[in-house]
Write a protein that binds this ligand. Structure first.
Ligand SMILES: [Ca+2]
Ligand SMILES: [Ca+2]
Ligand SMILES: [Ca+2]
Length: 453
């Protein structure tokens, strides 16, 4: 057991040198693995006797992987403490117990309690920069959009509250690049239809979390669907926030720390093009779509020559935009996404601005060559999703009709294929030459296909 664990650590260390492998289990835990079962039983018995009257174990709703009992070293003494989450429904109390193992016995050393109906999240992360983890707890208060958050630091077996705030969502990340994690809270105020982002850093002078600055988000913010943190450029970490403004518009905000202050990058920009492209009729999700380590915004573009198509029947182009480090967005990729069938098909760059999309039936997406100057248009590729049960018969049909197609992938009950169109000889000679250059071979078609969920 120990030998194989050591081998695992060795392999992981090798990988970590190359690619930043993260330990799912700490090495110390692996080395003591055979003892875990008895230790855990011992701990569970202690927890049962130490819980307050009428209290039940609970799991933080947004950090479910943590469970109701977490063994973690918060004292920095290289021995694990046990953190226990509980609630007392009748009293509307939620609480945390900190247990320390003293002479083989789990002993209650701290009890922290708040009024609330649930524990919303629990995070163990160093936000003071001393290498020792803080305990960050989100308490569910009375409303759906606002929670209370408290950060606790442990020193010399003492626990101290270093800052409390309210939040709708929260991210912890090093935004200013000083190698110490900072805290960004997002607050949605449903009464005034407004959103605020507040930037906090730990101050070594006051030894508390300090509000650096607050940014009011642009527009009548009524909701949000995503808040993620990641690289916004090679050297800058940003927070991408997918917001609902008013009843129908959605847009992506990018929040960054510039010169130590939080900024909403495009709210201060006078580039109206950048303003407009971030607005869309439905929310989308930012992600690192081209796998270069940088997060892209997923913006939506109406395909050419579809003005008379109703919005519901229109298939929109997903135009993935990367921040240029200043106040502009740069197009890095274009795709079509079928969220029902669960796939994305990426367009080669030489297709950009020379194609349009047509939705056929429920699930067929026709990609057409489109010449903006002559308005000539011709089918290039059709993406079709079938249920697997129908696929065999459909395949025979396609073969009988001598159609060229590529099987892109099958998953669950879905088969997705791409049908290559036959060459449209009615195009003008220059358009036909352009069309032929835009035809994709089987390998490129396969590489352009990705499952999304
Ligand atoms: Ca710390
Ligand atoms: Ca920092
Ligand atoms: Ca990327």
């Amino acid at each position: 057991m120990i030998v194989s664990s050591l081998r695992f650590i060795y392999v992981c260390l090798l990988i970590s040198l190359a690619a930043g492998c993260s330990f799912l289990t700490a090495p110390a835990d692996l080395l003591t693995a055979p003892k875990v079962a008895t230790n855990l039983q011992n701990l569970r018995e202690s927890v049962t006797t130490l819980l307050p009257d009428g209290a039940k174990l609970t799991i933080p709703t947004q950090s479910k992987w943590i469970g109701s009992i977490q063994e973690i070293d918060v004292y920095g003494d290289e021995a694990n403490e046990a953190i226990v989450f509980y609630k007392q429904e009748e009293l509307l109390h939620v609480g945390v117990l900190v247990l320390e193992k003293i002479e083989e016995n789990w002993t209650l050393v701290h009890q922290i309690e708040q009024v609330g109906f649930e524990l919303e999240r629990a995070i163990f992360q160093d936000i003071t920069g001393d290498g020792q983890k803080e305990m960050l707890i989100g308490w569910g208060g009375g409303t759906e959009v606002s929670y209370g958050f408290s950060a606790y630091t442990f020193d010399n077996s003492d626990v101290r509250d270093i800052g409390s705030l309210t939040y709708t969502d929260i991210v912890i990340a090093d935004l200013d690049g000083d190698n110490v994690d900072d805290l960004l809270s997002f607050q949605l105020d449903s009464e005034t239809s407004s959103g605020f982002a507040s930037y906090y850093r730990f101050s070594s002078e006051t030894e508390e979390l300090e509000l650096v600055n607050e940014v009011e988000l642009y527009g009548d913010v009524t909701g949000y669907s995503q808040m993620i943190v990641g690289k916004a450029s090679f050297d800058k970490t940003g927070v991408f926030l997918e917001l609902t403004a008013g009843d129908v518009a959605h847009y992506t905000a990018l929040l960054l720390a510039m010169d130590g202050q939080l900024q909403d990058v495009f709210a201060t920009s006078e580039q109206s093009e950048e303003e407009n492209i971030r607005y869309k009729p439905i929310p989308t999700m930012s992600m690192d779509v081209n796998e270069d380590g940088i997060i892209e915004m997923d913006t939506l573009v109406i395909p050419s020559n579809t003005d008379d198509v109703s919005l519901n029947e229109r298939e929109l182009i997903h135009r993935w935009m990367q921040w240029d480090g200043d106040n502009k967005l740069v197009r890095v990729q274009e795709s079509v996404i079928d969220s029902k069938a669960g796939y994305r098909f990426d367009f080669p760059t030489f297709w950009w601005d020379n194609i349009t999309l047509i939705k056929e039936g429920e699930q067929d997406i026709v990609i057409q060559y489109f010449n903006p100057s002559t308005q000539e248009q011709a089918e290039l590729l059709k993406l079709q999703a079938y249920s697997l049960t129908n696929w065999r018969a459909e395949k025979e049909n396609l073969q009988q009709n001598q159609q060229t197609f590529v099987e892109l992938g099958s998953r669950r009950d879905t088969m997705v294929i791409a049908i290559m169109a036959s060459i449209p000889y009615d195009l003008s000679p220059p358009a036909l030459a352009e069309y032929k250059n835009m035809m994709l071979d089987e390998e490129t078609i396969k590489k352009s296909f990705h499952w999304t969920n």
